[in-house]
Design a protein around this ligand. Structure first.
Ligand code: FBP
Length: 264
């Protein structure tokens, strides 16, 4: 049933989502250039680049969402200005997200933060409200705070996937561990829940990024939710085409040396 809730965003079991909530999360001077500071540019990339979904905060969705690609509204957020263990609180109701056209609800949980209990509780309510409307609840699970020393280790990333499953997420967006074998353990920890690799800061080369995406797909991920590595690229349409080749057309050689997911 959970897989059906994600069906608006998944084709042949695979998906590529375009994330554009970094203006609030990071600040405009950190991530944007003259082109991608315009949300219309990213909306157009989502459409022409063949993305399966677009992720906006409500204010951007209100003004720039055109309805041509399924929408995920990120219903919580925080700025980069406050220091200490992070907390990201709800900013938009599920009902309002639906009124904007959302087919999915996104929420970030900072696993390991001293405030995780508040985010768990809020996500729990949002998940139930989303499910009441037949919509998926998609959890960005980012281990962060003083308790976390390595947020891309196999142990921590698989914990993120398992936490998302147990919190009732239909899909989890988690960081890549760096290799397909360790990432396959995180996919396994999700026990059938859809797992998306999070894009992260722009990789040094396109090839390096595409190899990460290929590794995540080989590990059994459903797909990728990417922002900066797509719309910061000097040729975002070409990057979108390459991502389609890896994710949907399966045109790159297998990187995973063994037949299937490995136990730890
Ligand atoms: P990127 O591909 O740009 O990393 O976007 C994915 C994302 O999860 C965004 O949705 C979010 O704004 C950002 O990463 C959070 O980044 P950070 O890890 O710096 O908090």
């Amino acid at each position: 049933m959970k897989q059906e809730r994600m069906s608006a965003f998944v084709k042949d079991g695979r998906s590529m989502l375009l994330a554009y909530d970094q203006g609030l999360e990071h600040g405009p001077s950190t991530d944007f250039n003259d082109k991608n500071i315009d949300p219309s540019f990213v909306m157009e990339l989502a459409v022409k680049g063949g993305f399966d979904g677009i992720i906006f905060q409500k204010g951007v969705a209100e003004r720039f969402y055109t309805g041509e690609v399924p929408l995920i509204v990120k219903v919580n957020g925080k700025s980069a200005l406050v220091k200490g263990d992070p907390i990201s609180r709800q900013l938009c109701s599920v009902e309002y997200a639906v009124s904007l056209g959302a087919k999915g609800i996104g929420y970030t949980v900072y696993l390991g933060s001293e405030h995780e209990a508040e985010m768990f509780k809020e996500f729990g309510t949002i998940q139930e409200e989303a499910h009441d409307r037949g919509l998926p609840a998609i959890a960005w699970v980012y281990p962060r705070g003083g308790a976390i020393t390595n947020d891309t280790s196999k142990e921590v990333v698989s914990y993120a996937a398992r936490a998302a499953l147990e919190l009732g997420a239909d899909a989890a967006k988690i960081k890549y561990t760096g290799d397909p074998i360790s990432f396959s353990w995180a996919v396994k920890a999700g026990a059938g829940m859809k797992v998306f690799m999070s894009g992260g800061p722009k990789a040094p080369t396109d090839e390096a990024f595409l190899r990460q995406v290929q590794g995540a797909m080989d590990a059994g991920a459903t797909g990728l939710a990417v922002g900066r590595n797509a719309w910061q690229n000097s040729n975002p349409m070409q990057m979108a085409a390459e991502l389609r080749r890896v994710i949907h057309e399966r045109k790159v050689e297998k990187l995973l040396p063994t037949a299937g997911p490995q136990a730890p």
